[in-house]
Design a protein around this ligand. Sequence first.
Ligand code: ZN
Length: 215
Amino acid sequence: MGQRVAGRRRRSKPTPVSRERRRAQQRAVRQRLGDAIAGVIRAAIEAALEAEVTALMGRARYARRAAAPLRRAGVRCTQWGQDWAPRLVRAGHYTRTLLTALAAVVVRVPRLGCRCRGTVPVEFATLGRYERVWGDVQERARQLAGLCLGLRDAREVLAWDNGQPLACSTLQGWGHQAAPLAAEMRGRRKRHAQWIVQHGEDLPEIRNWKWGTAR
Ligand SMILES: [Zn+2]
């Protein structure tokens, strides 16, 4: 009996953690998460750029030039206009700060050169030549606009993850790009509503539409 009481007494509550300490701790973990996410994004983008270079050159990094097939690369040396794949050489990297939806990252963008020491400008599919804000941010901005979020609110939401508020003018510019499509959508909805009133059924173009049939 005495032992049980003693045992119960030992099972006292743990020392409570102050709210400040918990917050600080969770902030620290989130910071580490953010760093890890940024690292993954950077690695994925750099790997994709590298793969594009390998495809252009027809040979992997450190592979001998003779290994490259004799074909046109589709990119041209600015000095002599040569575009044969075996003439391409890797010419280091330059760094680019890139804002993605989840993090701002610094990526190493490969540079290409020619054996004549000329430079070979490349347009990557992974990343536009002057692109500072990656496509996923624009996609999210459009989703938010689709939810009828105002510019300022959209800007806040976008900055939640990557911590980098965009200029409202940038967001507005994207909105203008999407304006013709939005107008087209509104027009179609209106036409559809009128059609239903007149004909009592859906427009022919969507009458047999089903989920999952989009290609
Ligand atoms: Zn050249």
